[in-house]
Design a protein around this ligand. Sequence first.
Ligand SMILES: [Zn+2]
Ligand SMILES: [Zn+2]
Length: 327
Amino acid sequence: MKIAVIDSDKIRTCDTDDLTLNNRKGAIVKVLGCGLCGSDIVKFREKISKNGTVLGHEIVAQIVDINSDTDFKLGDKIVTSHHIPCGICNYCKHGNVSMCEHFKSTNIKPGGFSELVYLSEEHLKNVAYVVPENLTEVEASFYEPLGCCIRAVKRANLMKNSKVLVVGLGSIGILMSQALRAFGMDVAGCDLLQERINFLKNLQIEAFDSRELKEHQEFDAVFMTSGADKAIDVALKAVRNGGTILVFSSTPKNTGYPNNEIYYRELTVLGSYSPAPIDLKDSIKLLADGKVIVKNISTVYPLDKIQDAFDDTITNKIMKAYIKIND
Ligand SMILES: [Zn+2]
Ligand SMILES: [Zn+2]
């Protein structure tokens, strides 16, 4: 089977032995395609992942071999997430499921940018769903990233109709804005790129150029999906006193929110990282019900052109890449 691996400054494809179930519980799936996540870009660019790593986790796949107690069967077209919380550790008990050791150690093998993937029985039981018939394969690939956004919305714990600003309108900003709207918030988004501002407007959500932001625009909450250091200033400018800043991205300089601003303005700054199984359940429903529209976000690349997908995402030439792997 063909896989795409990190090879220092490049992503290259190569051949490896086909995966088999080998009496294990779970399923072997043929990956139809896999979305390229911002976290894959960070792992590649910042050299966080070792050479030989197969990135990718936003898969849409078809079951080609299965040994499971679940209702999934041969031929099912499915989506899945990659991590599963244990449910019983201290982190899990406090709702910090994405900090759970088991959560961090579970994954799809070898990774999404592969012709075949092994899913454990745990994946099938907790985080996999049959693709709803009204969704295309590319639309279904937003299942996991939307789950991440839904968790962020829940963690912010806002009152209905709160005024929320989404800073950064890449694919995650577009998903986040719609997730917030689906949960009853009064949403606006901002970015520096006009085409992204227009994209959000076309979804009937208010959007403007970040440079037009005036001091204290009195947003109850600001969701930071931008990975730019400067966006931190935008968030501090936009949030009202007593408001919430939800951090949803790393930034290159790793600078933080000023202590005194948090104190005197009584701000709540909190992070959200990765989804819990319940958020994924909400995600598939919002997608199937058309409450979150994910048309025209992705650009499709064949596996052989995966390097271009990385390059074009890094240079903002495209909003989001989907790697098409099998028919
Ligand atoms: Zn992701
Ligand atoms: Zn746990």
